[in-house]
Design a protein around this ligand. Structure first.
Ligand code: C2E
Ligand code: CA
Ligand code: CA
Length: 641
């Protein structure tokens, strides 16, 4: 009589599913949340079914209406559960969420079933209890079962199709689970006395939950907050529903400095209390961790809400935080994207926001950067440039040009400067002045710099530079390369691998990298380079970047005087005094001097009189391809200019 063994089994299995999902996932995605609701609905429905079965078993007229009610609720919950499963599957399958047609299908499904069920009160066409308190079903019941199966099979096909794109084994798994489910549902409907429906659902759900979005993909591990993947998901969700939000990107600017001194773990430990505060204050679904010290808060509302959110965060950081036992005051930098800004894609939205929050200084924003269409264009162009360089690296589009350097002592061209160019199918010839600063910002210059050195070494061997009278090639090193700990070993390795003598390469460096925390690494690399017999030149002397102290502190063999110093000297007498005295000072410090940007013979004459050792400029040659460079050097007897 009391045949609800399968319902008990269903409860147990559902509880396991529920436990697995909720324990494993402290952050549920939308899809998982609907799915958890389905599991709960199935459990309640199973309980109603049990209550109804027990009530009937007592064989009393008094309990029959109670049994009827429980059975009624049990059916309603099944409809809701089906609709929920359909919804959860669509969230998973369709990026755009539920469209109009899906909504109509859902409402129609629920509507038809509820009408079928409710009319059963009077018509007994759906279900009723007979005179002996036995449950009876009629033809409308079978119509509902059919509708239900159609709905579930359709959903199963959607999921299987989607899974097939990634992994066909999972698709097969879904199909098998769905086949078991449909079979059991048919047994439940047509085999008298069988009571396996909830069991079927429980088994199906236990199977399906395995393929739900992996929670680890959505959570920033250490912080236990939603991460960048979840943030993009949220952006897609809101964009597709035209429910837009403002995003406030928060970057703990000073962290950048600290990163070279403290480990990520130390920094995250220090920032964890902030993430806990922000998650509680703004809600887990509005707060995202998108980097070690970068966060996003989503807000819905007017400008004053944006302002008050930022000031709350600023207030939080009034208190110093302790990193590795040392106290620091963090002044957060903000980049705000308001909902009216338009982006090509969610990826572009994300890129622009994270770029702006990490580079507020580029746009001369003090603490808050309001992202406008100009910033979006800027970041997109920069991204395009990065893509072009990436393409060039892959397709042999990185070209090395050489600019011969004239020696006043010998009247020949014993050295040259290697200058990189990019040839791109889309953007054409790109000047380093356009792409080097971008690559320095995103770090790609480290990779490209190594490729440039390798190419120079290859040219050195292929064209037999020593035979052409080339003593040395000057290769530019970016400050961004010098802050990479131990990079000198890599550079030395490239030179050694290509069997180029160490004194045939000279590195030109500028002082553009002045961050205090990175100084130790820069010095270590400089020492590593010079200790191994490679000479250094200080580039761009006379521009804002150079400091006098480094002239004596660092082992520069050669100083390259910037073109601007020469240009100014030719234009006015006071600047001429500056140039003369700089040259004299450098000579007294026993430095070899190169003057860059020599364009006229007057300039050359003047510099010769000053006793400058080397001249580099268009007067002698522009930077040229290696073939042109070789033929430039071939006719040995060349009159000195
Ligand atoms: P830089 O190191 O100061 O290079 C000298 C620049 O002055 C070169 O520009 C060169 O073409 C230009 N120049 C030489 N003589 C004259 C002249 O008589 N008149 C004028 N107006 N310009 C002259 P380029 O090749 O466009 O490079 C620009 C900058 O890009 C370089 O300045 C350097 O900072 C960077 N760069 C170029 N190649 C590399 C590279 O391989 N690695 C790195 N890290 N940076 C590079
Ligand atoms: Ca240079
Ligand atoms: Ca220079």
């Amino acid at each position: 009589m009391f045949d609800f063994r399968f319902d008990i089994a269903a409860l147990v299995i559902s509880l396991i599913s529920y436990a697995i999902i909720t324990m494993k996932r402290n952050y549920l995605t939308r899809e998982s949340r609907v799915f958890v609701a389905c599991i709960v609905l199935n459990m309640i429905s199973a309980v109603c079914n049990i209550i109804s079965t027990i009530a009937v078993a007592y064989n009393s007229a008094a309990l029959v209406s109670f049994a009827f009610l429980a059975k009624f609720i049990h059916f309603i919950l099944i409809f809701l559960m089906t609709a929920g499963f359909y919804t959860a599957s669509l969230i998973r399958v369709k990026e755009k969420g539920l469209g109009k047609i899906d909504q109509i299908i859902l409402i129609a499904y629920l509507g038809i079933n509820v009408v079928l069920l409710c009319t059963s009160f009077f018509t007994k066409f759906y279900f009723y209890f007979d005179g002996e308190y036995r449950l009876r079903t009629s033809f409308l019941y079978y119509l509902a079962v059919l509708l239900h199966i159609v709905m579930m099979v359709y959903t199963g096909i959607l999921i299987a199709k989607k899974e097939k794109e990634e992994d066909s084994a999972t698709a097969v798994y879904v199909v098998v689970a769905m086949a078991i489910y449909v079979t059991l549902t048919l047994v439940n409907a047509f085999v008298k006395g069988s009571n396996v429906y909830h069991f079927a659902v429980a088994v199906l759900f236990l199977c399906v939950h395995v393929i739900l979005n992996n929670p680890e993909d959505y959570v920033a591990a250490y912080y236990s907050c939603f991460n960048d993947v979840a943030y993009k998901d949220s952006l897609i969700y809101h964009q597709n529903r035209n429910k837009q939000l403002h995003s406030i990107g928060i970057s703990c600017g000073e962290m950048d400095f600290l990163k070279s001194t403290y480990s990520d773990l130390e920094i995250m430990t220090a920032l964890k209390p902030f993430t806990e505060f922000a998650r509680a204050r703004f809600g887990a679904y509005n707060f995202y961790v998108i980097g070690t010290s970068q966060f996003v808060v989503q807000v819905k509302g007017n400008n004053s809400l944006i302002e008050s959110t930022m000031s709350e965060i600023r207030n939080y950081f009034m208190e110093p935080i302790s990193i590795g036992g040392v106290e620091f005051v963090i002044s957060p930098l903000f980049a705000v994207v308001e909902d009216r800004e338009k982006f090509d894609s969610v990826d572009s939205y994300f890129e622009v926001l994270s770029y702006c929050m990490n580079h507020t200084e580029l746009f001369a924003a003090k603490q808050v950067l309001r992202v406008t269409s100009q910033h979006i264009t800027f970041v997109n162009q920069e991204q395009e440039m990065v893509l072009a360089v990436t393409r060039a690296i892959k397709n042999d589009g990185v070209l090395i040009y050489y600019q011969p350097i004239y020696s006043a002592e010998t009247g020949g061209y014993p050295t040259s400067e290697a200058l990189v160019r990019i040839k791109d199918e889309k953007l054409g010839f790109i000047s380093p002045a356009d792409f080097i600063p971008i690559l320095e910002r995103n770090g790609m210059i480290v990779e490209l710099g190594e490729l440039i050195l390798k190419r120079v070494c290859e040219d050195y061997q292929k064209y037999e530079f020593p035979k052409l009278g080339i003593e040395r090639v000057e290769v530019n090193l970016s400050g961004r390369q010098l802050v990479v700990p131990g990079i000198y070993k890599k550079l030395l390795g490239i030179i050694k691998e290509n069997q180029v003598p160490k004194d045939a390469i000279l590195f030109e460096i500028t002082e553009s990298y002045t961050k205090e925390s990175a100084q130790a690494y820069i010095l270590e690399n400089i020492k590593g380079i010079t200790d191994n017999g490679i000479k250094l030149a200080l580039d761009d002397f006379g521009t804002g970047y150079s400091t006098m102290i480094n002239l004596i502190r660092l082992p520069f063999e050669i100083i390259k005087i910037d073109k601007s110093l020469l240009d100014n000297a030719m234009a006015d007498l006071k600047s001429m005094v500056l140039l003369k005295n700089n040259v004299n000072m450098l000579k007294e410090l026993k430095k070899k001097i190169v003057v860059e940007g020599v364009e006229t013979s007057e300039e050359a004459k003047m510099l010769k009189n000053l006793g400058v050792h080397y001249f580099q400029g268009y007067l002698y040659s522009k930077p040229v391809s290696v073939e042109e460079y070789v033929s430039f050097l071939k006719p040995k007897e060349r009159s000195a200019k």
